[in-house]
Design a protein around this ligand. Structure first.
Ligand code: BES
Ligand code: MN
Length: 464
């Protein structure tokens, strides 16, 4: 215990320095989905490998078929468990840029009217700030005690935000090297600012890009209008057909593998103090818009969805142009729960579109990742230790929650490496991840570091 106390004190003492390191990482625009930032993605990987080497990990940037990953190892005491920490250094695009109060890649520490501080910038919460909480905990542990209480492998990915397309071949090739007793992941939220959380469920995701083409060129909408097929109209109709009047998704077979919420999970969720009007009110909404008859927690945690994430076509510039476009595009995603099969959902969507395609139209599909939902055990000894460690750090005891978002690797860790994951994150609902003005609370960053020190101690030999 004495060593844990000194690690915690070391984290307190070095908070300002850890913030400077995070700001350095946040200045690198590692947007994985846009090829224009490929060199920046590599720069972020190199920055991380350099930092991990500096604190005594054997660390390297490793190539994949896409953006590189970082793999780092450091031994622990004999007999101690082996943990794999996973995080992602890539970030989401920053558009619309004009809505940011400060530059997305020029991070700032801002003091709020209530005296709390936050770190701004793209990736501050998702996931650079979060992954650095773990690295800072390791840094302090090594500095104070000369080592770590567990054997630790750190695995940092650069394509999570674009569906992890290169991950599977890498996992398969380095299965041996990446297999550990448990994966630790810091990419989820707390319940609220006082209450830490372990996430035991995540939704899966299927991403599809669709293009509908008709005439061989853009047409005058008066000269041809009435006779020519309009791909934007056709696409809109197909997309509108994806939901029925009750908000249910109409793809045949979509709800295969979707059970009613199991009683044990419902009980845990009922114990959470969740206010749907606050959840929606915070973003300017008031009426749940999903499946009728489902609570907001069900709608976001245990029910599948179909969403249109982007739609373009025709003339969208200043002024007006009377045109029938030759093509129309949309980006569509499905959030999956329980046993829904990503491949089947993708195939069902493609068949649904093809069946609705009128004469003279063609469709092209482009896949953007597919991952199943995950449901982790509620009752493992590791989870109990982690829950206790978190409860020791924060004002309120840790709770078990689910998250509506997706982290594709988690299912693959289980399926390919036989490894369970422990999802502990310090994000907050108002961090604006994927939106303008993303931020990470200083309390998340600081107490997140302290939490990982406690979790490592609890999992390692210091536990007794
Ligand atoms: N960190 C998020 C997942 C998340 C979202 C956790 C909300 C907690 C609350 C993750 O980085 C993410 O956004 N993933 C993408 C994955 C997709 C592009 C394959 C997602 O969920 O959209
Ligand atoms: Mn993330």
């Amino acid at each position: 215990m004495a060593s844990l106390d000194s690690v915690l004190a070391c984290l307190d003492l070095n908070l300002d320095r850890s913030v400077e390191r995070l700001k350095d990482l946040l200045r690198i625009p590692s947007i994985s989905t846009d090829p224009a930032y490929a060199a920046d993605c590599r720069r972020a990987a190199e920055w991380l490998a350099g930092d991990l080497s500096a604190i005594g990990f054997e660390a390297a940037v490793r190539d994949t078929t896409g953006h590189p990953v970082v793999v780092a190892h450091r031994d622990g005491p004999a007999g101690a468990p082996h943990v794999l920490f996973y995080g992602h250094y890539d970030v989401q695009p920053v558009d619309p840029l004009e809505l940011w109060d400060s530059e997305p890649f020029d991070p700032q520490v801002v003091t709020q009217p209530d005296g709390s501080r936050r770190i701004t910038g793209r990736g501050s919460a998702d996931d650079k700030g979060q992954l650095m909480t773990f690295i800072e905990a390791c840094r302090a542990y090594i500095a104070e005690t000369g080592g770590l209480p567990c054997r630790v492998t750190i695995f940092l990915e650069g394509e999570e935000e674009s569906g992890s397309p290169s991950l599977l071949p890498f996992l398969d090739e380095f299965k041996q090297e990446l297999s550990a007793d448990v994966a630790l992941i810091c990419d989820t939220n707390m319940w609220d600012k006082q209450t830490p959380a372990i996430s035991t469920g995540l939704r899966g995701l299927v991403g599809e890009e669709i293009t509908i083409k008709a005439a061989s060129r853009d047409l005058h909408s008066g000269y041809y209008g009435g006779a020519a097929a309009n791909p934007i109209r056709i696409l809109s109709k197909i997309l509108a057909d994806l939901h029925d009047a009750d908000g249910r998704v109409t793809l045949p077979g979509f709800y295969d593998g979707v059970p009613e919420l199991p009683e044990d999970i419902r009980k845990v969720w009922d114990g959470l103090d969740f206010d749907p009007s606050e959840f929606l009110g915070e973003v300017g909404l008031s009426v749940p818009a999903g499946e009728t008859g489902r609570s907001v927690l069900e709608q976001t945690w245990s029910r599948p969805t179909a969403e249109i994430n982007g739609i373009t076509g025709g003339y969208t510039g200043e002024g007006f142009k009377t045109v029938i476009a030759a093509e129309a595009h949309a980006k569509v995603s499905f959030r999956l729960v329980f046993d829904q099969d990503p491949d089947k959902i993708r195939a069902a969507f493609r068949a649904f579109v093809e069946a609705r395609l009128p004469a003279d139209c063609r469709v092209e599909f482009h896949p953007h990742g597919g991952s199943p939902a995950i449901q982790l055990p509620f009752d493992s000894p590791i989870l109990e230790r982690a829950r206790q460690a978190l409860s020791d750090e924060w004002p309120k005891p840790a709770v078990m929650i689910s998250m509506g978002g997706s982290i594709p690797v988690v299912g693959e860790f289980k399926r390919r490496l036989g490894m369970e994951s422990l999802l502990i994150g310090f994000g907050l609902g108002d961090d604006r991840i994927h939106s303008p003005n993303e931020k990470y609370e200083m309390s998340s960053f600081h107490q997140g570091q302290r939490s990982w020190a406690r979790v490592l101690a609890a999992l390692g030999t210091d536990a007794g």
